[in-house]
Design a binder for this molecule. Structure first.
Ligand code: ATP
Ligand code: MG
Length: 137
């Protein structure tokens, strides 16, 4: 059993497809162990994406992530980290496989609907960033 962190990004929240995206997780063997809608501060977004600090798109990425509320969730299941990444599809929605969340709900590489932890180690760090232990059930 693994846990992973999912973020439904501001573009997808604005499009009102939160329920449709959460359904993809539940319909594919993942359980929602925690979820909440929050507005990230600039400091939150900069800290969360600190690994990308030196990348040319960092500024735009932070602006986008604070452009509206996000829905953060802890997903639990067998191989949850890889399973979530598979359901999300490629970072660039143009390259995302048909039927994936990004293929169906994302417009561009910057507004790409969802985030998912990329390793078990980062999943633990990202979950702790957003949730207290008593919120994960
Ligand atoms: P995420 O971390 O959001 O789940 P990812 O792991 O598929 O996405 P990363 O390489 O970690 O992709 O990039 C983080 C985010 O930065 C991407 O989701 C995307 O929004 C943005 N990004 C990545 N590459 C580019 C790029 N070349 N131009 C613009 N934005 C980019
Ligand atoms: Mg990533």
């Amino acid at each position: 059993m693994q846990q992973t962190l999912s973020i439904i990004k501001p573009d997808a929240v604005k499009k009102n497809v939160v329920g449709k995206i959460l359904d993809r997780f539940e319909s594919n063997g993942l359980r929602i162990a925690a979820t909440k809608k929050i507005q990230l501060s600039r400091a939150d977004a900069e800290a969360f994406y600190a690994v990308h600090k030196e990348r040319p798109f960092f500024g735009e990425l932070v602006e986008f992530m604070i452009s509206g509320p996000v829905v953060v969730s802890v997903l639990e299941g067998e191989n949850a980290v890889a399973k979530n990444r598979e359901l999300m599809g490629a970072t660039d929605p143009k390259e995302a496989a048909p039927g994936t969340i990004r293929a169906d709900f994302a417009e561009s590489i910057d507004a790409n609907a969802v985030h998912g932890s990329d390793s078990l180690e980062n999943a633990a760090i990202e979950i702790a960033f957003f949730f207290a232990r008593r919120e994960i059930l």
